[in-house]
Design a protein around this ligand. Structure first.
Ligand SMILES: Cc1cc2nc3c(=O)[nH]c(=O)nc-3n(C[C@H](O)[C@H](O)[C@H](O)COP(=O)(O)OP(=O)(O)OC[C@H]3O[C@@H](n4cnc5c(N)ncnc54)[C@H](O)[C@@H]3O)c2cc1C
Length: 564
């Protein structure tokens, strides 16, 4: 049985940053990923990473913008830590080789981003995630003697001992189908978000909520799950992301009458208000008949107002996306976009060291909820979150490992998971396919749990999720083999997504107010007296989800009315 001091699940930015931090603490580290590490969704991050680097900026300003962006649901101690440590983290990336864009004076260039009171987003054209992920991966290979890499291994369960501590994982080697138990003194979940619960989404096919459901099953609470971010600019046809960097560079949003409608919702910040505000403004234009495109379901993003030379240099990837996926030359004509599912602010509840309420289990990155994003994440704060809290979790997990003996794990869970996989493969080919159920889940969530929500729609989504959970028990797959059987993994992932979707919908039903990304048309006001609190979902004695509440940490910024 492989044994490691610190075992990290997920090799996106959070996982890789955690691995490097733990390795530097001198313990034995392993990092595991269901895809090759540089194919993690972090590679798709485009626009940049926030840090108060400019001489005219201050981390407190970044923290205030983040608190306001969160609609006062973010925990301010965590936000302060993230913003204070941001400039050092970006400098560290630069020193290990990330080629951030520089201005004519040779300084790090900073672009404008939504909800920020000053330009503070460092970037590498519109491939910032790719640039950082590849540099971190080089560093992992440089540390190959202390960091073991399990690439294309799929985690099926977390191991919890009788005392309630996490002691390792069970995983399946995707290439061979072999199952193995891994023992570890500390486990860090860095397994990313849940975008595939929605259709369409900007997220990769691998963002299937695995870590969220595994943590829930292991007894950990999920927090802020109702807070789902709809990004204002995704392609009407297929949900692909057009980076906020476009608006950062000056692009306009227009309705069918050519009006810059953001002047109504955010007269000061216009297109650079925070994402929840911009997405709502777009949806209102669409709902009230001022949209464009098929059935008026989109609005225009006009990038032609940005000088063509600048677009070709700083937004080159979306020039390609516009051409290849919408047949539009964005330097010459507007492109049709709409709000699309992008990010989950909620996740596995952790403290500011990434520790979950389960001893030995940490979480960092999109799977975690520290909570620095509260009701709404600012653009370019997620890459920052992955790195700051990835590092913190890596350091703390290594510290814990130094004073903890290697746990003894049995193979009981391994045998359970082997049986579960054999049972899926043995299902008769009748009834519905996994992919049909996944489609129904995604379109249901996107219909009822989107920019605007209300009680009846959410109840209907809940009913669908519960029915799909039943149907998933018998849904069938075609591939019965052992080598690269993605079909069977898809069936397991569907289970993760359905449990996570249930937590999302239950939390959205529970929060009877409008805050951040949760806008209830039946409760259109923010209600601090009753709802300035986090919603937590954990499994009760009988295995069904139960809701509880925890307070929001406020250090220096009292809730105020939020205008842009
Ligand atoms: C298109 C797009 C553009 C974005 N642009 C920006 C941006 O410009 N700035 C910004 O701040 N944020 C951006 N974001 C958000 C940000 O990129 C993500 O929130 C962040 O990269 C998530 O990183 P992560 O390390 O938490 O997870 P991921 O990068 O998603 O990595 C998850 C890892 O977990 C592994 N994993 C998952 N399940 C299992 C399992 N069962 N077994 C084994 N391994 C598993 C995966 O293989 C993967 O390695 C963007 C997101 C998208 C989708």
């Amino acid at each position: 049985m492989p044994e490691h001091d610190v075992l990290i699940i997920g090799a996106g930015l959070a996982g890789q940053r955690a691995a490097l931090a733990a390795a530097q603490s001198g313990v034995s580290v392993a990092i595991m990923s269901k895809v090759h590490p540089v194919r993690s969704h972090s590679v798709a991050a485009a626009g940049g990473i926030n840090a108060a680097i400019s001489v005219s900026d201050d981390w407190r300003s970044h923290a205030y913008d983040t608190v306001k962006g969160s609609d006062y649901l973010g925990d301010q101690d965590a936000i302060e830590a993230m913003c204070r440590e941001a400039p050092g983290e970006v400098m560290h990336l630069e020193h290990i080789g990330v080629t951030f864009h520089r201005n004519d004076a040779g300084e790090l260039d900073l672009r404008a981003f939504g909800g920020a009171s000053i330009n503070r987003t460092a970037y590498v054209a519109d491939i910032t995630g790719q640039a950082i992920l590849h540099v971190l991966y080089e560093q992992l290979m440089r540390n190959a003697s202390t960091v073991a890499r399990y690439e294309e291994w799929f985690v099926t369960s977390l191991l919890i001992d009788d005392g309630g501590s996490c002691t390792g994982v069970v995983a399946r080697h995707i290439r061979s189908g072999a199952m193995e138990t891994f023992a570890a003194k500390s486990v860090i979940l860095a397994s990313g978000g849940a975008g595939q619960c929605f259709k369409p989404t900007t997220n990769a096919l691998i963002c299937t909520a695995d870590g969220l459901a595994q943590a829930l099953r292991a007894g950990a609470p999920l927090m802020d799950m109702e807070m789902i971010q709809y990004h204002p600019t995704t392609l009407l046809e297929n949900g692909l992301l057009i980076t906020e960097g476009a608006r950062g560079e000056g692009a306009h949003l227009l309705n069918k009458d050519g009006e810059r409608f953001m002047s109504k919702a955010a007269p000061n910040k216009m297109e650079l208000a925070s994402r929840d505000v911009v997405s709502r403004a777009e949806q209102i234009e669409i709902n009230e008949g001022r949209g464009v495109g098929p059935d008026g379901q989109g609005v225009y993003l006009d990038i032609t107002v940005v000088p063509r030379k600048r677009t070709l240099e700083a937004l080159r990837e979306i020039v390609n996306i516009g051409r290849d996926f919408a047949g539009v030359d964005i330097t010459r004509e507007p492109i049709i976009i709409r709000p699309g599912q992008h990010y989950i602010m909620g996740g596995v509840k952790t403290d500011i060291q990434g520790q979950t309420p389960i001893a030995g289990l940490y979480a960092a990155g999109e799977v975690a909820c520290v909570s620095v994003h509260g009701g709404n994440r600012l653009g370019a704060n997620s890459l920052l979150d992955t790195l700051i809290f990835g590092r913190r979790a890596g350091e703390d997990a290594a510290e814990r490992a130094r004073s903890t003996p290697m746990p003894a794990c049995s193979d009981a869970q391994l045998r359970n998971d082997e049986r579960m996989i054999a049972e899926i493969m043995a299902r008769p080919r009748k009834g519905r396919r996994i992919s049909e159920l996944k489609n129904e889940l995604g379109t249901t969530m996107n219909r009822y749990c989107a920019v605007f929500r209300e009680a009846d729609g959410l109840q209907s989504a809940y009913g669908t999720v519960k029915r799909l959970q039943e149907e998933a028990q018998n849904a069938y797959i075609d591939d019965r083999g052992t080598v690269f059987n993605q079909d069977v993994l898809g069936a397991i992932e569907l289970g993760y997504m359905l449990e996570t979707a249930e937590a999302i919908v239950l939390s959205a039903i529970d929060r009877k107010e409008s805050r951040g990304a949760q806008f209830r048309t039946d409760f259109p006001e923010r209600n601090d007296a009753e709802w300035l609190k986090h919603i937590n979902v954990a499994l009760g004695e009988d295995g069904s989800p139960e809701i509880s509440y925890s307070p929001v940490t406020i250090t220096q910024w009292r809730p105020e009315e939020r205008t842009y």
